[in-house]
Design a protein around this ligand. Structure first.
Ligand code: AGP
Length: 369
């Protein structure tokens, strides 16, 4: 078993460290030789069919749902098509408006999640085209979808999903760019800039992984608490949700993720002296607003750990500790900012003496509705 873990203490830690490779493999041949364009031969839709898409529904569970929240922003920004992201167990029961002009994207690491599969079948019944983003070739979801983007993350053994999530993000970036190229919704120079940004992500993840000890020290501090909060705006909020799920799932510490601007509509009442708050502030456009939300929790005694982009010296002035992720395009930050949160969950779980790879009450693949 130790051999399978390639010298790591747990599968989760191994899989966190496999992310640079998973990013490279998922991008693989999908970037053309010039390095300026995306090639998605696995999408069987003609340009006419792509132009006919009126709306996109992204449907998934758990961590894959969180990837879908990022996917919504990516597709809307690049392809300018309206996107809704739903939890698969809710989707069918809200009588969603699915038409033949709807592209339904199901996201599933295993490709066997019962609720996601049921949503796929409902979408097909309504005449929608279904695209699957999955890590398992030949899985039920892959077999039943019209088009499949395989994430080449390699087998994920730990119950807590890490490299599958980030490779789903890469798949969404590729898909968003591909749709944009076909629809002409963004200029070629921006596409080339995003492609270049994608290609630099693996080494940027490596530089975060090299600082695991810094995160470990913070995790050990966090592990002594029973409650904490993750806050962020925009894409940072989507990543905050994933960071919070990861922490709950394996450390059993209660945490909540909030859109930073929502705090004063209720949650602020829970902030008391010493409570840890993990604040993500990587989005330039939202930075000032996030900082004012951070000041609100600081004023109530929260101990704030801030995650920001390299080059920003401002956050350090308002929070207790900071961690910088390498600079990248704002659209691409989730593929970096989630990594310290994965490490935070891992080391907090370890500090609490939990079974990191097999958390209580959970299964790797949920095949019942
Ligand atoms: C993530 O850490 C979870 N274990 C869980 O939320 C998972 O992402 C969810 O059950 C969906 O699984 P799938 O991607 O295989 O469909």
């Amino acid at each position: 078993v130790t051999a399978e873990k390639a010298g790591f203490d747990h599968f989760m830690l191994k899989e966190i460290h496999e992310q640079p490779k998973a990013y490279r493999d998922t991008m693989g041949t999908r970037l053309d030789a010039s390095g300026e364009k995306v090639v998605l031969n696995e999408i069987g839709m003609t340009p006419e069919q792509i132009r006919a898409i009126r709306q996109v529904h992204i449907v998934a569970c758990g961590t894959a749902y969180h990837a879908g929240l990022v996917g919504k922003s990516v597709i809307e920004k690049l392809a300018r098509i309206p996107v809704e992201t739903d939890v698969a167990s809710e989707y069918r029961y809200r009588a969603p408006i699915i038409t033949p002009e709807t592209l339904v994207i199901v996201v599933s690491q295993s490709g066997e999640t019962a609720d996601t599969l049921a949503a796929l079948r409902e979408a097909k019944r309504c005449g929608a085209r279904v695209l699957a983003i999955t890590n398992v070739v030949g899985s039920s979801v892959a077999r039943e979808a019209d088009d499949v983007i395989v994430t080449w993350a390699g087998p994920e053994i730990a119950v807590a999903s890490t490299k599958a999530y980030t490779s789903q993000l890469i798949a969404f970036y590729l898909l968003g760019l591909y749709l944009a190229q076909t629809l002409g919704t963004v200029d070629e120079a921006y596409i080339a800039e995003v492609v270049a940004g994608l290609q630099q992500l693996p080494e940027k993840v490596e530089s975060i992984l090299a600082q695991a000890d810094t995160i470990r020290a913070i995790a050990e501090q966090v592990s002594t608490h029973d409650n904490l909060f993750f806050i962020g705006r925009g894409l940072d909020y989507a990543v905050a949700l994933e960071g919070s799920l990861k922490l709950k799932e394996i450390s059993y510490i209660h945490s909540e993720a909030y859109a930073a601007g929502e705090l004063k509509h209720g949650t602020l009442a829970l902030i008391e002296e010493g409570i840890p708050v993990i604040a993500l502030a990587t989005q330039d456009e939202l930075f000032e607003k996030t900082v004012s939300n951070i000041k609100e929790v600081k004023a109530r005694g929260a101990h704030v750990f801030g995650i920001h982009a390299e080059g920003d010296a401002e956050l350090a002035k308002v929070v207790d500790r900071t961690f910088a992720i390498p600079a990248t395009l704002p659209l691409l930050t989730p593929a970096l900012s989630v990594v310290p949160l994965q490490l935070l969950a891992y080391y907090a779980s370890l500090a609490r003496g939990n079974d990191v790879d097999k958390p209580r009450n959970l299964a790797k693949s949920v095949t019942v509705e």
